[in-house]
Design a protein around this ligand. Structure first.
Ligand SMILES: NC(=O)c1ccc[n+]([C@@H]2O[C@H](COP(=O)([O-])OP(=O)(O)OC[C@H]3O[C@@H](n4cnc5c(N)ncnc54)[C@H](O)[C@@H]3O)[C@@H](O)[C@H]2O)c1
Ligand SMILES: O=C(O)C[C@H](O)C(=O)O
Length: 323
């Protein structure tokens, strides 16, 4: 069991609200508890679901040796004074759908749940997980009225973890030896960056032929859809929960890690007025810094294409704010 203890700004044990007690939300709650990172309140619209998840996870505490608590509720009052709110509420896609097909239905859920969660925890930072990720994060930022440093989206950590895994399998090395970087929107046009991907410092392009590397890039771009196809109902949740947990941990422990995540751009990479996956330093107050990597002309073009496809969806999402 980890020995550290996380405390919030007000001196008590940190608290995380997880909105949505479905696959991603309940697995994230499990990760947070079992790493002893925070007390968790999980909230969902379905009566009984968050309560059942909380009871089940509570009964694992002795076996897992953690001393954090979890409450399951349908009432946002029970989530009061959380340090971080993670939004996982919303529909996952089905085989054949794109993430963008979820904009209308999930946009309404994100606005509604975020407003209720922030009314109870106005000091919280927000991590959005719900798809389509970059557009939902932008919508959450607009709906919240919070500074952009406190609203971010989880996808780059997941996409990079997938790239890391595929490279590790290809080369027969442990995943922990691979450091991978994927930028851009969390869609088919995401931008895996071999030039910033290494195996213990060795650029990945030196370790495999170009066509193999391209196949791993393509598999990474298709990583979510591959699992949606396999599961038939719903999408990935173990690696997404781990990825969200990494972001929450970096904030709660003020690790100030540099992680790819969806951040609000105001001219970085020549892009503005959207949320897109870029490397950020993540600490207690949220996003402390957006790092601007030097990209090749091809990488820059790929990032711009990815940004354009995210931007296309923004008006549709913003219309939900006034409906
Ligand atoms: N960003 C990423 O990388 C990433 C990764 C995995 C999943 N996702 C997305 O996360 C979302 C959740 O995925 P999942 O697999 O957990 O789905 P799920 O269906 O298992 O869980 C979703 C939960 O949201 C709840 N919910 C729906 N409307 C609600 C509301 N108004 N208030 C409170 N709760 C509400 C549902 O009752 C359900 O329990 C999906 O949109 C999915 O596409 C994103
Ligand atoms: O692919 C999905 O619909 C879920 C998620 O975005 C993922 O990448 O696993």
């Amino acid at each position: 069991m980890t020995a550290f203890s996380t405390t919030s700004a007000h001196g008590s044990v940190s608290q995380v609200t997880v909105v949505g007690a479905g696959n991603v939300g309940s697995t994230l709650a499990q990760r947070l508890l079992e790493r002893n990172l925070a007390n968790v309140v999980v909230v969902d619209i379905v009566e009984g679901r968050p309560q059942g998840v909380a009871l089940d996870l509570s009964q694992a505490a002795g076996c897992e040796g953690h001393n954090r608590t979890i409450v399951g509720t349908n009432d946002y009052h029970d989530t009061a004074n959380s340090d971080i709110v993670v939004i996982t509420a919303g529909l996952p896609r089905r085989p054949g759908m794109t993430r963008d097909d979820l904009t209308q239905v999930n946009g309404k859920i994100v606005i509604d749940t975020l407003r209720q969660a922030l009314a109870a925890s106005p000091q919280a930072s927000v991590v959005v997980v719900t798809n389509p990720l970059d557009v939902m994060t932008y919508l959450a930022w607009k709906a919240s009225g919070l500074p952009p440093q406190r609203v971010m989206g989880m996808a780059g950590v997941l996409d990079s973890a997938r790239f890391q895994t595929f490279i590790a399998w290809e080369l027969g090395v442990p995943p922990s030896d691979v450091s991978a970087m994927v930028l851009g929107g969390h869609g088919d046009l995401m931008v895996p960056l071999p030039s910033y991907t290494t195996v213990n410092g060795i650029p990945v392009a030196e370790l495999m032929p170009a066509p193999r590397l391209q196949a791993l890039i393509d598999r990474t771009r298709n990583g979510g859809a591959e699992i949606v196809q396999l599961l038939k109902q719903g999408g990935a949740y173990y690696a997404p929960a781990s990825s969200a947990c990494v972001m929450v941990e970096s904030m709660l422990l003020n690790q100030r890690r540099i992680l790819p995540l969806a951040a609000h751009l105001t001219g970085q990479y020549g892009l503005s007025d959207l949320y897109l996956g870029v490397p950020c330093r993540l600490g207690q107050g949220g996003i402390e810094e957006i790092l601007e990597l030097s990209l090749t002309p091809e990488e820059q073009l790929a990032l711009e294409r990815s940004a354009a496809s995210v931007k296309e969806q923004i008006p549709l999402a913003l219309a939900l704010l006034s409906s």
